[in-house]
Structure formats: structure tokens, C-alpha cells
Design a protein around this ligand. Structure first.
Ligand SMILES: Nc1ncnc2c1ncn2[C@@H]1O[C@H](COP(=O)(O)OP(=O)(O)OP(=O)(O)O)[C@@H](O)[C@H]1O
Ligand SMILES: [Mg+2]
Length: 241
């Protein structure tokens, strides 16, 4: 199986006043293509910090992160941005949509930022709108959508460039439980049907259980890994309900 992320002896500390706070301590992990990884742990244990490092949004204090054998922390900022826009998709708790752009333009934003021609993405855009079941709202502004709908737009935006990897930080943290379940099922479908690798940060066990590989973090260290082999028939049944 192809390794998509390799983390070796990763450390991250922040200086707060005169003090060094060690937030991640000697983290090593491998993520393989097609995995659905849940990163779980209590508030403050370093989940978001780890996710941001994986996505090149911040730099490690020590250790190495390889995305597809490319050491991301050694790339120049401009190159990291390119990798981020073309190979990764991010989904955050508060959706981070651009308020004055309609739904279509929000989804196409990564293309525009990369100097691409939105016209060439018409079909892809329609496919995305179908997946998130919001074709009928394509001209709506974010404020005209519910939280769950906005998060679906953020997921479509994360998928528009066909990334191999989606990094999500508490994507259902701001949603009620029914809507949260719908979003988790959408991630599961994207993982199964499109083969996109997903790394989902959560402090809910229920949400973590959508994963096939759960990483438990505590005080900046990995406590435990759990790999779950899911019954395909059960998955199909679950998704038809
Ligand atoms: N830029 C920063 N400067 C200083 N300290 C930071 C910074 N970012 C994070 N920290 C500290 O690192 C620790 C881990 O933060 P992080 O946001 O990764 O936790 P988390 O596991 O995502 O928590 P939550 O579940 O509440 O989102 C916290 O103690 C936090 O205060
Ligand atoms: Mg966090």
C-alpha cells in the first residue's frame, strides 16, 4: 500500500513569554492511501497543531513530515502553498467560506487562486454539487445556507482539485448531532467511493468511529493506535438508510 504521509519523530513547541511549551513530543506515524484516520484526544492535547503541521500550515520544531515522499517542511513557502492547493483539501470547524461569494464560486475558489479557468471546471463543479446535494442552491450566499449545508460546500471546495488527502479539524464540532452524522457519512462516501484519504480531528468517539484507523493523542504524545476492519456490507447498508 502506498504511504501518503510519514511522520518521523515530530516535535512542536511554542514560546509563550519566556517559556517553551512542548505541544507535540516525538510523534511518529504512517498514513496509507485510502485510510480514514481519526485523531482523537482531549482539548489541548495537540490535535489541531498536528493537523496543521501535516498540511504545511505551520512548521515543526523538530522531526520530519513527508507527504508522498516529499518533505513538506523543507519546501519553500510558495511550494508548500502549491502542494496545499493542488494535493490537499482542508475542512475546518467554522467552514471558512467567503461570505460575499455564492456557493459555486466558493467551491471554485481554489481553482481561481491557482490561476485556473473556472469554465474548464463546469463538469467537475456539477459533480461536486451533486455529491453534496446542493445543485438547487448553487447561486446562494453562505448566509442563506444552514451550518450543515455550509460545511458541505466547504467539503466540495476541498474536493474540487481532486486531492488525495483531506484534512479536517472538528468538521462537525459546530453542528447538531443529526447534521453531524450526515457530514460524517458524506466523508465516508468520499473515502470509499473516491478513495480519498481522510484525516479527521475530533474529540467525539462517535465521530472517530467512522475511521478505519484511530490515533489517540494525550499531552502531545501518541497513546495508542487502533485499526478497525469494517464490514463492507454493513457500510453499504448503513449508507442506504
Ligand atoms: N500558536 C500557539 N502559541 C502558543 N501555544 C499554542 C499555539 N497553538 C497551540 N498552542 C497550545 O498548544 C496546545 C495544543 O493546542 P491544540 O490547538 O493543538 O489542541 P487541540 O487538541 O486541537 O484542542 P481542542 O480540542 O480544544 O481544539 C494548547 O495548550 C495550546 O494552548
Ligand atoms: Mg483543536
Amino acid at each position: 500500500m502506498e504511504k501518503i504521509i510519514e511522520v518521523k519523530n515530530l516535535y512542536k513547541s511554542f514560546s509563550v513569554g519566556n517559556e517553551e511549551v512542548n505541544v507535540l513530543k516525538d510523534i511518529s506515524l504512517d498514513i496509507y492511501k485510502g485510510e480514514f484516520v481519526s485523531i482523537m484526544g482531549p482539548s489541548g492535547c495537540g490535535k489541531s497543531t498536528l493537523l496543521y503541521l501535516l498540511g504545511g500550515l505551520d512548521k515543526p520544531t523538530g522531526g520530519n513530515i513527508y507527504i508522498r515522499n516529499q518533505e513538506i517542511s523543507r519546501l519553500k513557502d510558495r511550494e508548500i502553498s502549491k502542494v496545499r492547493r493542488r494535493e490537499l483539501g482542508f475542512v475546518f470547524q467554522f467552514y471558512n467560506l467567503v461570505q460575499n461569494l455564492n456557493l459555486e464560486d466558493n467551491i471554485l475558489l481554489p481553482i481561481l487562486l491557482d490561476g485556473g479557468k473556472p469554465k474548464e471546471y463546469k463538469e467537475k463543479l456539477n459533480e461536486m454539487l451533486n455529491i453534496i446535494e446542493l445543485s438547487h442552491k448553487r447561486k446562494a450566499l453562505p448566509r442563506e445556507l444552514s451550518g450543515g449545508q455550509q460545511q458541505r460546500v466547504a467539503i466540495a471546495r476541498a474536493l474540487i482539485n481532486n486531492p488525495d488527502l483531506i484534512l479536517a479539524d472538528e468538521p462537525i464540532g459546530n453542528l447538531d448531532s443529526k447534521t453531524g452524522t450526515e457530514i460524517m457519512k458524506l466523508f465516508k462516501r468520499i473515502n470509499k467511493e473516491k478513495g480519498v484519504t481522510i484525516v479527521n480531528v475530533t474529540h467525539s468517539k462517535e465521530s472517530a468511529d467512522y475511521g478505519t484507523h484511530i490515533i489517540y493523542l494525550k499531552d502531545g504524545e501518541i497513546l495508542n493506535h487502533e485499526k478497525i476492519i469494517k464490514d463492507e456490507a454493513a457500510f453499504t447498508k448503513e449508507n442506504k438508510e
